[in-house]
Design a protein around this ligand. Structure first.
Ligand SMILES: Nc1ncnc2c1ncn2[C@@H]1O[C@H](COP(=O)(O)OP(=O)(O)O)[C@@H](O)[C@H]1O
Ligand SMILES: [Mg+2]
Length: 225
């Protein structure tokens, strides 16, 4: 289990995380939702050992810096490895090669391309593949659907469900409410560095409306009907 208790992260004058507590268990997907700047990326960076913090973080009982972070496979928000590396070389760094992940993310077609020549969506797919093919008990993805078109979002959802069935614990930060709602078992809504709501799908719309002032059904009705 990933356990976060009473977490504070300060940057400059700003308390970016202000007493956050939440958990991610194996075999579930927790989705982090919140407005730009609410602290999603900072929370992920703290869990993965990239931020100084006050409070407690344990991954299967071990602090990130004492080895806990080794249990996590991560897609960072700004995944952008060295431009001259080939996709095949990145895949070569993974613990194992999963043919279904390669196929569903369409990585075969760009295997011999260099990272610096890929489109934003192609680079995202490489980053997602890299995170899914490292065999750790927890997978954390920061904005995985950024630049992805809808067919790849649907394939990603299937791949993530399979990972949960395999017993992995998933934490996903997204501002994509439709994707997040579909893939999550539980939802942690952040507002100004604090947990505003933790809910299952029943409370999703209520929490969305409270945090964003609207929800996706209202928006779809407004735009598409
Ligand atoms: N070095 C810094 N100094 C001051 N504020 C920062 C610094 N780095 C990030 N922040 C602020 O921290 C807040 C949280 O950022 P982030 O965790 O990236 O949010 P999210 O991922 O939810 O959009 C933002 O308001 C951002 O401007
Ligand atoms: Mg972010």
């Amino acid at each position: 289990m990933i356990e976060v208790y009473n977490l504070y992260v300060r940057k400059g004058e700003k308390e970016v995380l202000n007493g956050v507590s939440m958990e991610v268990d194996r075999g579930e997907t927790v989705v982090l939702i919140g407005e730009n700047g609410s602290g999603k990326t900072t929370l992920i960076r703290a869990i993965t050992g990239l931020e100084d913090y006050k409070g407690e973080i344990y991954i299967d009982g071990v602090e990130p810096e004492k080895g806990g972070k080794e249990k996590i496979s991560v897609l960072s928000q700004d995944f952008n490895p060295m431009a001259y590396l080939k996709v095949s070389e990145i895949i070569g760094f993974c613990d194992s090669v999963d043919e279904e992940v390669i196929k569903e993310l369409g990585l075969n077609g760009i295997f011999s391309s260099r990272i610096g020549n890929l489109s934003g969506g192609e680079r995202r797919r490489v980053g997602i593949g890299f995170a899914l093919m490292n065999d750790r008990p927890y997978i954390i993805l920061d904005e995985p659907t950024a630049n992805l078109d809808i067919s790849y979002i649907n394939r990603l959802i299937s791949l993530l469900r399979r990972k949960v069935e395999e017993g992995k614990g998933l934490l996903i930060a997204t501002h994509d409410l439709i994707f997040g709602r579909e893939v999550g078992d539980r939802f942690v809504f952040l507002r100004d560095g604090k947990v505003a709501y933790i809910t299952n799908e029943e409370g999703f719309n209520y929490a969305c409306t409270k945090v964003f002032g609207t929800n996706m059904y209202t928006e779809v009705m407004k735009r598409c009907v």
